[in-house]
Design a protein around this ligand. Structure first.
Ligand code: SF4
Length: 1024
C-alpha cells in the first residue's frame, strides 16, 4: 500500500490546524488546493470543476496528449475518492465559502484556477508541488522476526478474540532476506534467424542421453512477423498469435530456458489453472531452472483434492515423492504449533502478529521455509521463474516475511521480472475483466457486509476518544447508520409484499432499470416517462442520510414513516407532482410497493457508493483485521485503472432458499476496466514511479478475433507462430433431427423456455443420434484410429439429462461416462480433473459441458500421439446466459476504442468527454439489459458479436480433437444452429460470414484454417 494523502500532507495539516479560524476546514483546504495545484501543473486552462474527470483513470483522448502523466497518476493515488462529480463539487463549494484571505486558490468566472497569497502559511503551494513532483512510495512494515521460543497471538475466531500460544523450535528458525524493491530490466532481443535447434539440443541433453523431445518439438515451428521485422525485441507488449498445436507452448518454454540461462533474466508464466502450474513447474525444473509455483491461499484444499484425483497416492512412501503436494498445502505451521485448528473458514494467518515475552511490538514469523502456505513463496528471491495463475496475480499478496512492502503479486511481478508470458491471453483478458466485477454477500445475514462494517467500526471506536473529532469517521458512521436503516426498511417492504418478493426472486436488479419500469407504470407518454426517469435519477443522487429528515414530496421521508396510509399519501403527492397517473386500485398496491422498494434501494446505493469511494481514505483509521473483500480487493489497483465505463455500477441479486421467506442480497459491483491491467502491464506504474515494467508476451490461438468484443485483444498481434506440419482436416455437418411427433419440425433445445420441454427435446436428440454415434465409432475403427466420441452440452445439468437418455440403451451400458466437477465416486461419472486420462477409461463416449473442457486440456490417446476424441456432437447451441453482467461489461470494454474515436473526433476533453463515455455506456448497458437477446431481433452488428462469442469456445473445443495434427468430424444437432428466424441468417451462416470476411488474412487463416475451410461446405445430413 502506498502513502496516503493523510500522511503526505500531515505537515501542512499540522500548520493549518494551529490557525483557529480555519482549523475545522483543514481537510477541505488541503483537498481543494492540492488538487488545484495538480490541475494547474497538468493544464493551465483546466477548470477546477472538471478535476474529478482526471481521477477516473482515462488518459487520451479524455486528457489531451502531452499532459504530464506523472502528476496525473499521483493525483489519482491521492484522490481516488473524488471520481464522482457531485462529491468533488460539494468539496469545492465548501472551500469557496471560506474568505479569500485564507485561501490559496481562486477561480475565474469560467472556472479557471488562479492563485492567491493566503494570510497564513503563504508558501504552501510549494509543499503541494513537492508532493506531486515526487513518486509516492509504497509503505513498508518494519517488523523484526520472532526468535526461537515461546510465542502467542490473538485472533478473532467464531466472532470472539482468542489467544493462542506455542513454541518455535530453534532448528526451524530461518530469517530469510527480503525481496528487493526493484530490478532494472534487461534489454533482450533475438534475430528471427536464431538457431533454436541448438537450444533444443541443450535442453534434450539435460533430460538425458538420447532424448530428442525438444528437437522434435522445435523442428516444425516458425515465428513470423506481420510487419517484416527481423528482430524480436523484448519490450512492451508483444502479442503472438498461434493456431492449434502450432507450438506456442514450445516457443514459451524454450524462450524461458534461453532467457534464464543465457540472459540471466527473471521470467514469469501465467497458466490457466493450478494443475497446469504444477505441470509447468515440473517441466522447467527438469531443465535445471529454479522455479517456484505461486498458488493463492484460497481453495488450496480443493486443488489438492483434484491433484490427488489425477495423481492417486497408493502408499505412504509415494507421498514423499510427490513434490507437488507441498505446493498445495494449506497448513500454517505457527497455527499448528499453537494448536489453533483453522476450522472457522478464516484465512487470517498470524504472519506479522506474533508476540514474545513482554515485548509489546509484534514480530514476523520466522518459519516461512517450513510453512505449508508460503514455503514456495519464500524461495522467490532466488527463483529464475515464477509460475502462477491470473487469479493469484490479482488477488494474492506477498507475505511480510519475504516482502516488507506486502506487494500484490501483480506489483511484485512488475517490479522484479524481465519477461512475463501469458498463455491463453484472451481468456486471461476475460478473467481480468471479471475480477473487477465481483459478487459479494451484502445484507440479510449477520455475516454479511453491513454487519461486518458495523463490527469493524465498533472495534475501532471502542474507548478510542482521540477519534471523536475525526470528521471522516463521523461521516463513515452516519453513512453506515443510514445504510443499516435503509436495509431494514427494504426488508420490511419485502416481508410485507409477496408479489414484490416473487418479482425479485433470483434476479439481478439495477436501480436504473427500476426507474425505467416505474416511469412506464406511471405514464404511456414517452416524453413524460423520460422526464420522470430524470427526476428519479436526480432523486437517487440526493438520497443521502441528510435527505431523510425532509418529509417532503420527493419521497425521501418514506424511511421515517410508519403508517401505510401516510406513505401512500406521500407517494400519491409525488406521482401527481410528476404528472403521472395513479393506477386503479388493484394495480396500485403493486406500484406503491415497487416505489417504496426503489426509494430504499436508492438510499442503500448512495450509502454503499459513499462507503466504496471513501474506504481507501477511511481504512487508515479502521481496524484492518476485518476482511471485507468488496472494499479491499481493488484499492491498490484503483488509482491505476480506468473506472467502470458507466461510472461505478451496482446490481443486486436477491437469493432465496426453498421454504424460507426472507432471502439474502448479494451486491454485484462493476468497478473498473480490468483488461487494462493486462494490456498495460509493462507501463502501469511507469508514470507514477518512473520505473519500467516487464515485457509481456501475450500468446493465444483466439485472441485475434476481429469484431469480437469478448475475445479480441486490442493490442494487435505483431507476430504469429506457424507449424510446417500438415494441417488437420475438419468436416462439419448439421444433422437434421425431426421431431418424431411432428415429422416436419426440426428439434430445438437452446432458447426453449419451458424447462421440461427443453429437457425432453435434448433427450429426443440423443435418442435420434445413437446410430450416428455408432457409425462414428465404426468410422474411426475402419481407418484404424482408436478415437472416441464427445457429446457436448452447455452445463453439468445438461450432462445429467443426456445421461438419463443414454441409460435407456442397453447397447451403451458401461460405454459412456458423464463429466462431473468433483469425484462422485460412481463409475458413470468421470471427474473433470482426470479428463486428460480418459484414454485409460474403458469407455467410448464422454458427455461434457463445452466450457468445462474447451481450454487447457490435452486429451490425448494412450500413446500420447494425438487427440483421443475424433467426433463431437454439439447437442445444444451455445448462447449467453440472459442478463449476464460479465457478457455486457465485456461488450462495453470492447466498444471503448469506438467511444474514444468519437470523443476525439468531436474534440471533447475532460468532464465533457467523461460524461459522453458514461452516457453512451449507460445507454448501451440499458439497451442490452432491456432488450431480450433473441437472435431474430438483434442487429447485424449484435449478431456478429454473438457469433464470435459462441464460435470461440466451439472452436476451442474442436481444438481438443485436432491435437497432434489429427483430423476430426463434428456434428451440430440443435435446430437452433440452422434456424433462420424472420428470414435472418442462422448462427452457422454467421460463422461462415465471419470466416469469409477474413479469408485473405494470413494470420486469421493460420489460426482458424481448418474451421474456415470447412464451414463453407457444411452438409445437412439426416439421422440415418
Ligand atoms: S509464515 Fe506461514 S507459518 Fe508463519 S504465520 Fe504465516 S502462514 Fe503461518
Amino acid at each position: 500500500m502506498r502513502k496516503t494523502a493523510h500522511e503526505l500532507t500531515a505537515p501542512i495539516k499540522n500548520r493549518l490546524k494551529k490557525i483557529p479560524e480555519i482549523e475545522d476546514w483543514t481537510a477541505t483546504i488541503i483537498n481543494v488546493e492540492l488538487m488545484a495545484v495538480g490541475c494547474n501543473l497538468i493544464d493551465k486552462n483546466l477548470k477546477l470543476g472538471e478535476a474529478w474527470s482526471l481521477l477516473t483513470g482515462y488518459d487520451e483522448p479524455v486528457v489531451p496528449l502531452g499532459a504530464d502523466k506523472s502528476i496525473l497518476s499521483r493525483l489519482r493515488i491521492i484522490f481516488s475518492q473524488f471520481t464522482g462529480q457531485s462529491l468533488w463539487e460539494r468539496e469545492m463549494e465548501d472551500y469557496f465559502e471560506l474568505p479569500s484571505i485564507y485561501r490559496l486558490i481562486d477561480r475565474t468566472d469560467e472556472g479557471i484556477i488562479s492563485f492567491l497569497t493566503p494570510r497564513y502559511d503563504p508558501n504552501r503551494k510549494e509543499d503541494y508541488e513537492n508532493i506531486l513532483t515526487q513518486p509516492i512510495s509504497r509503505k513498508t512494515t518494519d517488523l523484526e522476526f520472532a526468535k526461537a521460543g515461546k510465542f502467542s497471538y490473538i485472533r478473532r475466531k467464531d466472532n470472539i478474540q482468542q489467544k493462542f500460544q506455542g513454541e518455535i523450535p530453534g532448528q526451524w528458525v530461518f530469517m530469510n532476506s527480503h525481496l528487493p524493491h526493484y530490478r532494472e530490466k534487461k534489454s533482450i532481443a533475438f534475430d528471427l534467424s536464431f538457431d533454436w535447434m541448438q537450444i533444443a539440443k541443450e535442453m534434450d541433453t539435460l533430460l538425458g542421453e538420447g532424448k530428442d523431445e525438444w528437437q522434435n518439438k522445435v523442428a516444425p515451428l516458425l515465428l513470423k512477423s506481420r510487419s517484416e521485422q527481423s528482430t524480436f525485441v523484448y519490450e512492451g507488449v508483444q502479442h503472438i498469435g498461434g493456431g492449434l498445436a502450432a507450438g506456442k507452448s514450445t516457443f514459451r518454454t524454450m524462450n524461458t530456458y534461453w532467457l534464464v540461462k543465457t540472459k540471466k533474466a527473471k521470467v514469469g508464466l501465467l497458466e490457466g489453472n493450478v494443475a497446469q502450474v504444477l505441470d509447468r513447474v515440473s517441466e522447467l525444473r527438469k531443465l535445471g531452472l529454479k522455479v517456484v509455483s505461486l498458488v493463492g491461499r484460497g481453495n488450496r484444499r480443493l486443488h489438492l483434492e483434484n491433484y490427488l484425483l489425477s495423481n492417486p497416492v497408493t502408499s505412504l512412501n509415494e507421498i514423499t515423492n510427490y513434490e507437488s503436494l507441498s505446493h498445495l498445502s494449506d497448513i500454517c505451521t505457527i497455527q499448528a504449533l499453537a494448536g489453533d485448528v483453522n476450522d472457522d473458514g478464516s484465512r487470517h494467518y498470524p504472519c506479522k502478529s506474533l508476540k514474545q515475552k513482554d515485548d509489546r511490538s509484534p514480530k514476523k514469523c520466522p518459519l516461512t521455509s517450513h510453512c505449508g502456505i508460503y514455503k514456495e513463496w519464500g524461495q522467490l528471491l532466488d527463483a529464475d521463474v515464477w509460475v502462477t495463475t491470473p487469479g493469484a496475480v490479482l488477488h494474492s499478496r506477498l507475505p511480510v516475511t519475504i516482502d516488507p512492502q506486502e506487494r500484490l503479486l501483480y506489483e511484485a511481478m512488475y517490479d522484479l521480472l524481465d519477461v512475463i508470458f501469458v498463455d491463453e491471453a484472451d481468456q486471461v483478458q476475460k478473467q481480468f475483466d471479471e475480477a473487477f466485477l465481483e459478487e459479494h454477500s451484502a445484507f440479510g445475514n449477520p455475516k454479511h457486509l453491513v454487519e461486518k462494517l458495523y463490527g469493524q467500526l465498533n472495534e475501532t471506536l471502542q474507548g478510542n476518544y482521540d477519534l471523536a473529532d475525526n470528521d471522516l469517521l463521523t461521516q463513515w458512521g452516519k453513512n453506515l447508520d443510514h445504510l443499516h436503516e435503509s436495509v431494514w426498511s427494504l426488508y420490511a417492504e419485502i416481508k410485507k409484499s409477496t408479489t414484490l418478493r416473487e418479482s425479485l426472486r433470483n434476479k439481478v436488479i439495477y436501480l436504473n432499470y427500476l426507474i425505467f419500469e416505474i416511469s412506464q407504470d406511471l405514464s404511456d407518454d414517452e416524453k413524460l416517462q423520460e422526464k420522470m426517469a430524470e427526476e428519479m435519477r436526480e432523486f437517487v443522487r440526493n438520497s443521502t442520510y441528510t435527505s431523510v429528515v425532509n418529509l417532503d414530496d420527493r419521497l425521501h421521508g418514506l424511511i421515517n414513516l410508519a403508517s401505510q396510509r401516510d406513505k401512500q399519501t406521500l407517494i400519491n403527492n409525488w406521482i401527481s407532482k410528476l404528472g403521472g397517473s395513479i393506477p386503479e386500485k388493484n394495480k396500485a398496491s403493486q406500484l406503491y410497493s415497487k416505489i417504496e422498494f426503489f426509494v430504499y434501494l436508492a438510499h442503500i446505493e448512495r450509502a454503499m457508493k459513499w462507503i466504496l469511494q471513501f474506504y481507501p481514505v477511511v481504512q487508515h483509521y479502521l481496524n484492518n483485521n476485518v476482511e471485507i473483500p468488496l472494499l479491499t480487493q481493488i484499492k491498490d489497483f484503483r488509482p491505476f485503472m480506468k473506472e467502470a465505463m458507466t461510472g461505478v455500477m451496482l446490481g443486486y441479486r436477491y437469493e432465496t432458499k426453498e421454504g424460507i421467506d426472507t432471502g439474502e442480497f448479494k451486491i454485484i459491483q462493476y468497478m473498473a476496466v480490468g483488461r487494462q491491467l493486462l494490456n498495460e502491464w509493462p507501463y502501469l506504474y511507469e508514470a507514477a514511479d518512473g520505473k519500467k515494467g516487464p515485457t509481456v508476451i501475450l500468446l493465444s490461438g483466439t485472441s485475434y478475433a476481429p469484431k469480437s468484443l469478448h475475445y479480441h485483444i486490442e493490442v494487435e498481434p505483431q507476430w504469429f507462430i506457424q507449424s510446417s506440419r500438415k494441417p488437420s482436416r475438419l468436416t462439419q455437418d448439421f444433422i437434421e433431427i425431426r421431431d418424431p411427433e411432428n415429422g416436419e419440425k426440426l428439434i430445438p433445445v437452446s432458447g426453449v423456455q419451458q424447462q421440461g420441454r427443453r429437457h425432453s427435446n435434448l433427450q429426443v436428440i440423443v435418442k435420434e443420434i445413437v446410430s450416428k454415434i455408432r457409425a462414428e465409432l465404426h468410422y474411426w475403427k475402419e481407418i484404424e484410429e482408436e478415437r472416441k466420441v464427445l457429446l457436448v452440452v452447455n452445463s453439468y445439468d445438461d450432462v445429467e439429462i443426456v445421461g438419463v437418455a443414454l441409460e435407456q440403451f442397453p447397447e451403451w451400458k458401461g460405454r459412456y461416462r458423464l463429466l462431473s466437477q468433483k469425484d462422485k465416486k460412481n463409475e458413470i461419472w468421470f471427474p473433470r480433473s482426470r479428463v486428460e486420462q480418459f484414454s485409460l477409461e474403458n469407455a467410448d463416449i464422454l458427455v461434457a459441458p463445452m466450457l468445462a473442457i474447451s481450454r487447457g486440456y490435452n486429451i490425448m490417446d494412450k500413446y500420447g500421439n494425438g487427440a483421443l476424441f475424433g467426433s463431437a456432437f454439439f447437442l445444444i447451441r451455445p448462447y449467453p446466459v440472459p442478463n449476464d453482467l460479465s457478457y455486457f461489461v465485456q461488450i462495453l470494454h470492447g466498444n471503448l476504442p469506438l467511444y474514444f474515436e468519437e470523443i476525439a473526433n468531436n474534440n471533447l476533453t475532460y468532464a465533457e468527454a467523461m460524461r459522453k463515455i458514461r452516457k453512451k455506456s449507460r445507454g448501451k448497458f440499458e439497451d442490452m439489459y432491456r432488450k431480450p437477446d433473441y437472435w431474430s431481433i438483434l442487429t447485424d452488428q449484435e449478431r456478429t458479436v454473438l457469433a464470435w462469442f459462441t464460435f470461440i469456445p466451439t472452436w476451442q473445443l474442436i481444438g481438443r480433437l485436432l491435437r497432434g495434427g489429427k483430423d476430426a468430424r463434428v456434428f451440430y444437432c440443435d435446430a437452433k444452429y440452422m434456424e433462420k428466424p424472420n428470414g435472418k441468417p442462422s448462427l452457422l451462416e454467421y460463422w461462415e460470414k465471419i470466416m469469409s470476411e477474413s479469408e485473405n488474412d494470413s494470420l486469421f487463416v493460420s489460426l482458424y484454417g481448418p474451421f474456415s475451410r470447412s464451414i463453407g461446405t457444411i452438409n445437412k445430413v439426416g439421422v440415418f
